[in-house]
Design a protein around this ligand. Sequence first.
Ligand code: SF4
Length: 80
Amino acid sequence: MKTVCKKCLRREMAEAYKNMIEKYKPAIKAADRAPEACYESRLSVCKACRYLNQGICGACGCYVELRAAAEHAACPYQKW
Ligand code: SF4
């Protein structure tokens, strides 16, 4: 049986999970997307956060890779 790392982002998981994030990202208009450096910085904070569980924020239930992609989104605990 395979185990899943709780600290993995969806993009670090199997293709099916990775593709799900890429499928929904275009729903965020280009003008509303966070710059790439900001996006990666946010995700590195999430990776070190105790609320991250298999790409989902345990504080709000969102997929962190989608929340972090929206420029004006914020962490529910003000970590970014
Ligand atoms: S959005 Fe905030 S609370 Fe949620 S996993 Fe990321 S850093 Fe943690």
